[in-house]
Design a protein around this ligand. Structure first.
Ligand code: ZN
Ligand code: ZN
Length: 409
């Protein structure tokens, strides 16, 4: 077998075995663009090899998606069709494993009317609320991964003829695939490293984090009582392990919704629905985003933050060393799955229930504990080579968490 084929097969097996831990009798839903059919089929085979009871693939297509946004009747964006609602909420309720293969032209929807995009996002937030809640509370195993498609490679490496191959190489490196059968062991070691650091952060039990860098970031983020730092591997309520994002380099928790004050500057562009938002900063007052400035894409950013009441509050605090494998590649992927793993980031919108007992709490209870609720969740990158983060403990002790962009412990 050629090396490329070997890497492909190892990647598909990695997603099925480490990403989702597919075991005898499990059901798997695969969401994949038609342009990734070859790889999606390999995942289907790997899942049956692992004993899956049934694998169903739901195909999507950038072309069809774009045509819909440009040409469908306006009214269709006000609700999610009943069949899709029933499919997604129903399979989540049943606890089926979900594999999402993400590969899109980052520019696919750049000509769509922002108003349609906003209506669509609102409808999904409302009609797929059950799916999203079960996903964020780890009620079923899910894994997001990516493979190259031509328009995406054209965006990442615009002047290179062999850009699809280059993007494959970059992705294989990012997900620790060498084609020599060592990926599963490499991931086990990586997940264990993340776990060690996560345990240290949990032991400090910080009351707040203070971010500063030369871009102008000067932001204090309070953390909720009983917050939990999480990383890499998660577990469903029945103890089934899964890795929600592959790659993943982050250690993350939830901020206190009303406890964010100051200013934060983006360190990388943000790609939202095919639009690039560049050189932006946000000002926070008691948790709420009160000022938005972007050199490019400001309207898209404003719409994204206006999806619902919670969208203008933070929902995630994630730590990633500046010196990490994906950051060191120096590639802007135009895809959050990769770009968020290159840099410390925050997300506006929903918080993952990263507090003790959080997965069993209702939306109301999460709110009472200071966690943000929203149908929105968008990561934006803030980590720079000079980023410093100082943690403050509940007894007032200050601890350096990040210095010059990297962990101090
Ligand atoms: Zn994150
Ligand atoms: Zn996130």
């Amino acid at each position: 077998m050629e090396n490329f084929e070997r890497k492909l097969k190892e990647y598909a097996e990695l997603l099925i075995r480490v990403g989702l831990h597919i075991k005898q009798g499990m059901e798997l839903m695969v969401y994949a663009p038609v342009d990734t059919a070859n790889f999606a089929r390999m995942c289907v085979s790997a899942a049956y090899d692992a004993g899956a009871r049934e694998v169903t693939v739901i195909w999507s297509d950038d072309y069809v998606t774009r045509e819909r946004f440009l040409r469908a009747e306006r009214g269709v964006f006000d609700s999610v069709p009943a069949w899709r609602r029933e499919l997604m909420n129903g399979k989540a309720r049943e606890g089926a494993a979900h594999l999402f293969i993400e590969a899109a032209d980052p520019m696919n929807l750049k000509d769509a009317e922002p108003e349609r995009m906003l209506a669509n996002a609102k409808a999904r937030g409302r009609d797929l609320e059950e799916f999203q809640r079960l996903e964020t509370t780890s009620a079923f195993p899910w894994c997001i991964a990516s493979v190259p498609i031509k328009p995406w490679a054209d965006k990442v490496f615009p002047d290179k003829e062999d850009n699809v191959d280059l993007l494959w190489d970059a992705i294989f490196e990012a997900v620790r695939i060498k084609g020599d059968g060592t990926a599963v062991a490499a991931w086990e070691a990586h997940l264990a490293n993340l776990r060690t650091r996560t345990e240290k952060l949990n032991a400090y039990n910080f009351a707040s984090l203070h971010y500063k860098n030369a871009l102008g970031t000067d932001l204090e983020i309070k953390l909720p009582e009983n917050h939990i730092w999480m990383s890499g591997e998660e577990k469903t309520p029945t103890g089934h392990p899964f890795v929600a994002n592959m790659p993943t380099e982050e250690i993350f928790t939830a901020p206190l919704k009303a406890g964010v004050n100051g200013i934060v500057y983006a360190a990388m562009p943000l790609v939202e629905d095919g639009n690039v938002i560049r050189d932006f900063h946000l000002v926070f007052k008691d948790g709420k985003i009160t000022e938005i400035h972007a050199e490019e894409g400001e309207e898209v950013l404003r719409n994204s933050i206006a999806v619902d009441e919670g969208a203008c509050y933070l929902g995630e605090v994630a730590l990633i060393p500046y010196d990490s494998p994906i950051a060191n590649q120096g590639i802007l992927y135009y895809e959050t799955l990769f770009d968020e793993n290159a840099s410390c980031h925050l997300a506006y919108g929903a918080a993952y229930p990263c507090i003790v007992g959080g997965n069993d709490m209702s939306e109301e209870e999460l709110k009472e504990h200071g966690l943000n609720v929203s149908s929105q969740h968008t990561d934006f990158m803030i980590g720079t080579a000079d980023l410093s983060i100082v943690g403050k403990t509940h007894d007032g002790k200050e601890v350096e968490v990040f210095k010059n962009g990297n962990f101090c412990f």
